[in-house]
Design a protein around this ligand. Structure first.
Ligand SMILES: *Cc1c(COP(=O)(O)O)cnc(C)c1O
Length: 355
């Protein structure tokens, strides 16, 4: 049976990326050696990093003066590296969910943290608006897509201080005004590559301004200077990331990824709104295109486990909602074909007929 992969992360990748990675694991560039058994400093591997960096810059239209880094540690490591490198006195955070909260918690170890707004009281069903960011903050941290709660901030806010963005789960799904940010980061395993590599876009002249000592590996300058090769980088995930970037470009770039994201999201949200059995959890204007969260309507609450089984039997994978929201979450990342969304909708309609 065909599987439709709605996993939240690690998650779906383009089929050709998986196949090409598998080939390189057996024989990298006809070298007779596996990608896993060559030096990261080998002359063949350096072009991989260089091309991945160049494609990042091209696809996201990154201005001059920024570096693209491939690091270890996941987005969770960036929760600490960001304040380590940028927080001198005060930083502002927008509390839009579990990941934002974790980022904020780390920052508190480095200076004053101002939570400018929070939707915690409403179980993060919306993105707060009309907040004020202190003008003396070193940066304003946002989580552009809240993977767990299914809300998304698709406009890069205009505030008086530079932005830092956790874009783990929506990178390359929309154009970004990178010039507003000093740092954009994310774990690759949602939209880009297998787990194990973290992308960081960092503004070069924003680094080196804090007065504290920063351990070598946690200092962005180390990795800017080292071109992501200060120590051994995760070569296999970086190679897969390069393949995904090539794939995005071949498909038509970020604009095309955005068009597909809108198409998938419109189809699925329309069905959620039409189908009497289901309701969406996020407020309409803040609905994520990447993680579509919905629950059974109150009068059909007892059918939740039945629908999960019903959909699973029909090839849907990973649609169980996160425990903090319940119900269902269909993660519709860049590589998810619209056919998978249509297959899920068919399940929802068939199930509705039975009840
Ligand atoms: C998954 C996720 C993280 C955590 O990523 P790791 O790479 O596992 O540390 C952080 N932020 C967001 C928005 C996520 O979706």
């Amino acid at each position: 049976m065909k599987k439709h992969n709605f996993n939240a992360g690690p998650s779906i990748l383009p089929r050709e990326v998986i196949e090409e990675t598998a080939k390189a694991i057996l024989d990298f560039n006809g070298s007779g050696l596996s990608l896993m058994e060559i030096s990261h400093r080998a002359k063949d591997f350096k072009p991989v990093v260089d091309e991945a960096v160049a494609l990042f810059k091209e696809l996201l239209d990154i201005p001059e003066g920024y570096s693209v880094l491939f690091l270890g540690g996941g987005a969770s490591m960036e929760f600490c590296m960001v304040p380590y490198n940028f927080l001198e006195k005060k930083a502002a955070y927008l509390n839009t969910g579990t990941w934002a909260k974790k980022a904020m918690k780390e920052a508190k170890g480095f200076g004053e943290v101002v939570e400018v707004a929070s939707s915690a009281d409403a179980n993060y069903t919306f993105i707060p608006k009309n907040y004020t960011v202190p003008a003396d903050a070193d940066y304003f941290h946002i989580t552009t897509n809240n993977t767990i709660f299914g809300t998304e901030l698709r406009e890069d806010p205009t505030v008086s201080v530079p932005l830092v963005g956790d874009m783990s789960s929506d990178i390359f799904s929309r154009p970004v005004d990178v010039s507003k940010y000093i740092c954009i980061y994310g774990g690759a395993q949602k939209n880009l590559a297998p787990a194990g590599v973290t992308f960081v876009i960092v503004k070069n002249d924003a680094v080196g301004k804090v007065s504290r000592y920063i351990p070598t590996m946690l200092n962005y300058q180390t990795h800017i200077d080292g071109g992501s090769m200060f120590n051994t980088p995760p070569v296999v995930p970086i190679y897969s990331a390069l393949l995904t970037l090539r794939w995005i470009k071949a498909q038509g770039g970020v604009k095309e990824m955005e068009r597909r994201a809108i198409e998938r999201a419109n189809l699925l949200y329309s069905e959620i709104d039409r189908n009497k059995l289901f309701v969406g959890t996020a407020v309409e204007e803040d609905r994520s295109r990447m993680n579509i969260c919905f629950v059974m309507a109150p009068e059909y609450k007892e059918l939740e486990a039945d629908f999960l089984n019903f959909a699973t039997e029909r090839g849907m994978v990973g649609i169980k909602g996160h425990r903090s929201v319940g119900g269902f979450r269909a993660s519709c990342y860049n590589a998810l074909p619209v056919e998978s969304v249509k297959a899920l909708i068919a399940c929802m309609q068939e199930f509705e007929k039975q009840h």
